[in-house]
Design a protein around this ligand. Structure first.
Ligand code: PLP
Length: 386
């Protein structure tokens, strides 16, 4: 995959704002430790610069990614914070986990019982399945057996005992009841097991934002991911608390690559699915569905010159057409996500338009779009050079 560094289409990420958001959520939840979730290349914004910004400012106490290669990439970039991989992992890479000081997740008792002999110390996290039904222990006696094995083995170093809520970002009664049920199971499964409570980790973004004052939830070590970008992670179901001061950290922009005059009734793009409604100007923009701006975004708007203009005709792989209100020069700024003048397009709006969640929009932004880092921290860590 080649990043198009010469093409004027970019994602701009404010590292100061990202670090601010983690500090803000630490205060909001009174968390002792903040484990920044940077899976999927930092939710599409770039895991290495975000991780460096968090390490530099001590706003994260550990980093979380989804697979070994994401972890090794961070180690190769000189990140020294603890790194934890969520998700079950095969034994064949144990040596890499140990050599690079990466925390592995124990998904089941069988995994632990069949762990082969190894040299060195392995950091482990114990997944407790309270209702995600994805990974982890769901029986108290098996948790107790696992704890005995870990306690007895000096080569195993317990990093975290954690669970993940399925409905913390939802408002409906059924969702609230499910959250309660997961909490009940957490208590049932972990109480009287003798775990050090400072190892408990229960809160993803939504749990941090909307359940921060629930005394039954441990905020010893929080795991915020999507909230790092300062957006509403509930798909608009829940309102952001007015006292929680998160900042939006990214925008997506491009520039007009070409402008043409198009006569009324002329068809545009593949399938000739739309016609020009009147004589006027059409801009061609240098991005398409291979950048993550998927075909379903047809007829949505972008901002040019502080005004919304509509995408007309099918989005193609690398180029997209927009109906203009007048002629604009080539090189004029186009905003896909972000602010221009008095207008703003949020990632929430894009997610709504696409009938999906903000996470999907962000992580679908293709690697070929260049990322540009702003803020003082971008200078400090040299994010834009090398
Ligand atoms: C992805 C993930 C998180 C972070 O979730 P957000 O909703 O983005 O904060 C936390 N914990 C687990 C287990 C995850 O899979």
């Amino acid at each position: 995959m080649v990043t198009a560094i010469h093409r004027p289409t970019w994602v701009s990420v404010d590292l100061d704002a990202a670090a601010h958001n983690l500090q803000e959520i630490r205060e909001w939840t009174k968390a002792k430790k903040v484990y920044a979730v940077l899976k999927a290349d930092g939710y599409g914004l770039g895991a290495i610069p975000l991780a460096k910004a968090f390490q530099e400012t001590a706003s994260a106490d550990a980093l979380i990614v989804s697979n070994l290669d994401e972890a090794l990439e961070l180690r190769q970039a000189d990140l020294t914070l603890p790194i934890w991989i969520l998700g079950a992992w095969d034994y064949s890479d144990l040596k890499l986990f140990i050599d690079h000081d990466i925390v592995i997740t124990i998904p089941s008792l069988a995994w632990l019982q069949n762990l082969p002999d190894f040299e060195g110390t392995l950091k482990v996290s114990l997944a407790i399945d309270t209702g995600m039904t994805r990974i982890g222990f769901d029986k108290a006696d098996e948790i107790s057996a696992a704890k005995k094995i870990i306690d007895k083995n000096p080569q195993l170093d317990l990093f975290s005992v954690y669970t993940h809520f399925a409905t913390a970002d939802e408002a409906g009664e059924k969702s609230k009841a499910y959250f309660e049920e997961q909490l009940r199971r957490w208590q049932e499964l972990t109480i009287n097991q003798g775990f050090d409570p400072s190892l408990f980790s229960m809160a993803n973004s939504a749990t941090c934002i909307w359940h921060h004052d629930d005394p039954r939830i441990s905020f010893a070590a929080i795991r915020p991911g999507q909230l790092i970008s300062g957006v509403n992670v509930s798909n608009g179901e829940l309102k952001m608390p007015p006292n929680l001061h998160l900042e939006r950290i990214f925008s997506v922009c491009s520039e007009i690559a070409d402008v043409r005059f198009v006569k009324k009734d002329q068809s545009l793009s593949y399938g000739a699915s739309e016609r020009m409604p009147e004589d006027g100007y059409v801009a061609t923009l240098p991005f398409g569905y291979n950048d993550g701006w998927l075909r379903r975004m047809q007829k949505s708007s972008v901002i040019i010159n502080g005004k919304r203009m509509l995408i007309i005709g099918r989005i193609t792989m690398d180029q997209t057409m927009v109906k203009l209100d007048r002629k604009y020069p080539i090189g004029t700024r186009v905003t896909l996500i972000g602010k221009d003048g008095g207008e703003q397009i949020t990632v929430e709006e894009v997610a709504n338009y696409s009938h999906t969640i903000v996470d999907e929009i962000q992580t679908t932004l293709a690697p070929r779009i260049k990322r540009i880092y702003t803020g003082d921290l971008a200078e400090v860590i040299g994010a834009n050079y090398g």
